[in-house]
Structure formats: structure tokens, C-alpha cells
Write a protein that binds this ligand. Structure first.
Ligand SMILES: [Zn+2]
Length: 336
């Protein structure tokens, strides 16, 4: 993934200067490849004899005992902490991390803990993590991942070195995606047109576009958009319109609504939308609404996302947002 190169190089430099931090906070857009980056770094740090070449700097050798365990996904000194059923990383998980951090490595020289993601630590979990961040043992490296735009508590952030992974340009993203889908079975390979659509919808985040292409997301999204459109025209009840959003789960639904609201904000500001399929509807709404109305919808989405911590009902949230969207329709059309 060539766009990770710069971040990788910057890290190599810190490694070479022996400035590798105990805690690294890796920030980037959804689907840009943060987790791949963290996995790659963990593999490098655990390898017994990293190989080095002038193009890529240090890389795991791929053949030592450590590398074998890593590629089998069973290395006991690498642990991943990610939200399980709830949307947040629980305090019990952080306690497990803390005891992992102070235990001796089982087979490697050091231990790596990946927190995927640090913006999904609740207050209690974050507080529990502070002690480990403040008094780290020498043989542990914590890699925290953060999605851009999602806050991480300042007490956590200030104890980490930061590293930003930037979104690649369109060509680089398209090249990577084209090469990745070639690895799929021939029958599963999406068309170039579909790849283009996935990239546009993901805002050029390559991993996210790949996820779109290899899941039901694009189909679900087309259906959600079709019903959303009908609802806005008053041809469908809010309950019916909410169904496809409910089917994709709260996070997926909020992500879609957020994309459309951001597009509406772009159009009202004279820019062009990412989601060209929804462009006509959003363009129509932009004629009747000042920019702050789009930001009002965005605020509602952020509210719903924070409330997501408490396991709100995705259907109710979809209904609430659909009604807010319908308020943007000119009055005579909404009542027609
Ligand atoms: Zn190795």
C-alpha cells in the first residue's frame, strides 16, 4: 500500500534513532488502512531479524519463528483489543490489556497491544488505560488507532506519539483496488465501474472501498437510497423507509446519512457531491435550504453516534433522521 509509505518511513526513522515510543496513536480516515499498518508494525517489531531494503526500509523477514506465528495469527505476544458486542471497548478488556502489558513476553522479545480503536474507549476504559500509558514496561508497545474526526480523550492523546496516515490520491487508490480485486475468484471480481463507485463512495479510502465491494454494502446502500428517495417524495411511510437502514445496522446507517449530509453541505457551499447517485435529490434540497440545515443533520448524526454507546435502537434512529431530512423538503411538496 504505497500511500502508507510515508508513515512507514517516518516510523523507520524513529526506530533507527531509538525513539520508538511506548505508545503510538495512528490516526486516519475510515478504511485508509490503519489496521493493516498496525499489523505490519507489530510484525516488524516482533521479528527476530528484520530484512532491509532501500525502497521499503525494514520489513519482517517472514521466515523466523516469530514471523511464522504472526502469519498464522497465533503470536501470543501480539494482542488486539477491539469493541466486542457493544460499540465500546470495555473496562474489562483494558484490565486484560494492563495485565498483558506487565507480564513477560511468551516467545518474543517484546509485547504489542493494538487498540482498535482508541476513540471507542469509554471514560472508564480510558481511565483504566492511563496507568499503563503512564508507567509502561520497557518491553511493551501500544498501538492505538483513531478514526479521523472521532475524539480521543486528551489525557490519552497527550501520552502517545502521533502518526497521521493520509488518504491517497485517486489514482493510487484505484491502482491498489484494481490489483486487490484481481486476487478474488474470477466470478467475484467487480467491474471497473463498480470499483469506481466504491472508491467514490468511500472518499478514496482504499480498504473501505474494498470492503464495500466484497460485502452487501453497495446493494444495501442502493436499496436504502431508493427508499429514502421515495420517502422524501411522500411515496413511502417512514417505517418502510427505515427498514433497509435498520438492516445495515446503526453504524452503517449513520455512515450513509453522514455522507449525504456532508454532500448536501458541499453542494450548498458550491462544491460537488461524492455520491453522484444522490446528487439530484441533494441538489434539489440545496435549492431550498441554507448550509446550516445540512450541519444540523450532521449534528443529529453525531448525537446518534454518541448515543450508540448505549445500544440505541437503529430503527428508531433511522426514523428520527429520516424525519429530520423530510423537514428539508419545501413545505408544499412535503404535504403533497
Ligand atoms: Zn522474522
Amino acid at each position: 500500500m504505497p500511500w502508507l509509505h510515508e508513515a512507514w518511513q517516518s516510523l523507520q526513522k524513529r526506530l533507527a534513532e531509538n525513539r520508538l515510543p511506548h505508545a503510538l496513536l495512528v490516526t486516519g480516515e475510515r478504511g485508509v488502512g490503519k489496521r493493516m499498518f498496525a499489523d505490519g508494525l507489530a510484525a516488524l517489531l516482533i521479528c527476530e531479524q528484520p530484512a532491509s531494503d532501500s525502497d521499503n526500509g525494514h520489513q519482517p523477514c517472514g521466515v523466523c519463528k516469530q514471523c511464522e506465528l504472526v502469519s498464522a495469527g497465533t503470536h501470543p505476544d501480539i494482542r488486539i483489543y477491539t469493541p466486542e458486542k457493544s460499540r465500546m471497548i470495555k473496562v474489562d478488556q483494558v484490565r486484560a490489556l494492563s495485565s498483558f502489558a506487565v507480564s513477560s513476553p511468551q516467545v518474543g522479545q517484546r509485547k504489542i497491544a493494538i487498540i482498535d480503536r482508541a476513540d471507542q474507549l469509554n471514560i472508564n476504559s480510558a481511565n483504566a488505560l492511563l496507568k499503563t500509558l503512564e508507567e509502561p514496561s520497557d518491553d511493551v508497545v501500544l498501538i492505538l488507532l483513531q478514526e479521523s474526526g472521532r475524539p480521543v480523550l486528551p489525557t490519552i492523546r497527550s501520552r502517545c506519539q502521533n502518526l497521521l496516515i493520509a488518504i491517497p490520491d485517486g489514482d493510487a487508490a484505484a491502482r491498489w483496488l484494481a490489483a486487490e480485486v484481481m486476487k478474488l475468484d474470477e466470478a467475484d471480481q467487480p467491474s471497473a465501474e463498480l470499483c469506481g463507485k466504491a472508491l467514490a463512495l468511500s472518499g478514496n479510502a482504499p480498504r473501505l472501498a474494498y470492503e464495500y465491494l466484497t460485502s452487501d454494502f453497495l446493494t444495501q446502500r442502493d436499496q436504502a437510497l431508493a427508499q429514502f428517495r421515495q420517502f422524501m417524495k411522500g411515496q413511502l411511510t417512514v417505517g418502510e423507509a427505515a427498514k433497509p437502514f435498520k438492516a445495515m445496522g446503526l453504524e452503517g446507517a449513520l455512515w450513509l446519512f453522514e455522507g449525504w449530509a456532508a454532500d448536501l453541505a458541499r453542494i450548498t457551499a458550491g462544491g460537488s457531491p461524492r455520491d453522484t447517485d444522490a446528487a439530484d435529490m441533494l441538489g434539489y434540497l440545496a435549492k431550498f435550504n441554507p448550509p446550516w440545515r445540512a450541519h444540523q443533520i450532521l449534528a443529529l448524526i453525531h448525537e446518534a453516534r454518541s448515543a450508540g454507546v448505549y445500544n440505541v435502537n437503529p430503527e428508531l434512529e433511522a426514523v428520527r433522521l429520516l424525519i429530520a431530512w423530510q423537514d428539508l423538503m419545501p413545505r408544499k411538496r412535503a404535504s403533497a
